[in-house]
Design a protein around this ligand. Structure first.
Ligand SMILES: Nc1ncnc2c1ncn2[C@@H]1O[C@H](COP(=O)(O)OP(=O)(O)OP(=O)(O)O)[C@@H](O)[C@H]1O
Ligand SMILES: [Mg+2]
Length: 349
């Protein structure tokens, strides 16, 4: 860690525990340990031990907890399995999709600013779990997802925001910043993402900080790289994090922000097939096949075409954007995917 408190590598954050998730959800619903114990029919000491990770609930208690924590029925079985240690805890927020609102609170005000991805996420289980652990770690106020252009930072941040929003009382908001010309515009862009309207003559940053002060929120700042040379960017991020102690920021950027307290998670391309024929399963080939089939539903590659697709995946280092662009050639250029690979190869030499 350097003197600004900047973490270049992500240290292994303590994993989110089932007990930690339980505590978060209980607080989100504004339940005391005593109230939860009462609903479940166990002792307060038992709830304390479960939250502290000293005890696993029995199947029966876990099922009662699921109901008291207002998990939708379809998600209760997974909850019980996580409680029993049969599924990883990362399944919880995703499995939660928790619909119950905190008692006496209005529904999360900013949920609707999260765009729904047009396609399913392919692969990235490890990165998603690491990101979820980081964002649920109370020590982390700002996580930055770095990686080359087109490596899937935005896609991954969106997935993380969707799966983790139930763990934040005010949900998650997504601010697309690629089109922003200067750091000075950040307050307005974030206010738009939050659907917050400025009023009166007070400075926008001050108003935004006041608004965020008591919010429990995951704030995605997407595509910040072109604003990093502008000192206003770091100042903005630092001011928001200081004013809003329960806001966690997730930035995506080709480079780290180099802001105090930042945790950096670097991603690379998707795993590529190692064998020449692309026969084995890999995320890169799965993405290629899905995009090719989107372009032409009956795409069913022969051996040579699969081998060419595998070479393309390797050539672009598993970068999702490169794979998508290459797979888009499939309908127009059949049967010459091999030639396509040749063109790509020449273009990259
Ligand atoms: N794991 C994935 N599964 C499915 N599609 C993906 C995956 N990762 C990325 N994509 C798709 O690949 C394309 C590039 O991804 P994305 O825009 O997230 O990259 P990026 O790293 O944010 O790029 P940039 O640095 O230009 O902002 C997008 O169309 C995205 O939907
Ligand atoms: Mg992006």
């Amino acid at each position: 860690m350097d003197k600004k408190g900047y973490n270049r590598r992500v240290p292994d954050p303590s994993p989110v525990t089932f007990g930690g998730w339980l505590r978060l959800r209980r607080k989100y619903l504004d339940l005391t340990q005593a109230a939860l114990a009462d609903q479940v029919g166990c002792s307060v000491a038992a709830i304390k031990k479960i939250e502290a990770g000293d005890r696993r609930p029995s199947r029966q208690v876990a099922a009662l907890l699921a109901r008291s924590l207002r998990l939708p029925e379809a998600q209760q079985a997974a909850f019980v399995r996580v409680a029993r240690g049969e599924l990883p805890v990362e399944r919880l927020p995703a499995a939660a999709g928790v619909t119950g609102s905190p008692a006496g609170a209005s529904a999360p005000a900013v949920q609707h600013t999260l765009p729904t991805p047009a396609n399913a996420l392919i692969g990235r289980e490890v990165e998603l779990a690491a990101l979820a652990r980081l964002l649920m770690d109370p020590r982390c106020r700002l996580a930055t997802l770095t990686g080359p252009g087109g490596s899937g930072k935005t896609r991954l941040s969106l997935e993380a925001a969707h799966s983790l929003q139930p763990a934040f009382a005010h949900g998650a908001a997504f601010a697309p910043l690629a089109g922003l010309a200067a750091g000075a515009g950040l307050a307005t862009a974030i206010a738009e993402a939050l659907r917050f309207t400025f009023h009166g003559g007070e400075a926008p940053l001050r108003q935004l900080c006041d608004y965020l002060h008591d919010k429990h929120l995951l704030l995605v700042l997407d595509n910040l790289e072109h604003l990093l040379d502008d000192p206003a960017t770091a100042q903005f991020v630092e001011a928001v994090l200081q004013a809003a102690p329960r806001v966690t920021a997730l930035a995506t950027s080709r480079e780290p922000l180099r802001v105090a307290g930042e945790w950096v998670l670097e991603i690379q391309g998707l795993p590529v097939p190692v064998g020449p024929d692309g026969a084995e399963t890999s995320s890169a080939m799965a993405l290629f096949a899905e995009r090719a089939r989107q372009a032409r539903a009956d795409w069913s590659p022969d051996e040579a075409e699969r081998a060419a697709a595998a070479r393309i995946c390797r050539l672009v280092d598993g970068m999702p954007l490169g794979i998508e662009l290459a797979a888009a050639w499939v309908p127009a250029h059949r049967p010459s995917l091999h030639q396509h690979h040749g063109v790509l190869h020449i273009g990259m030499e």
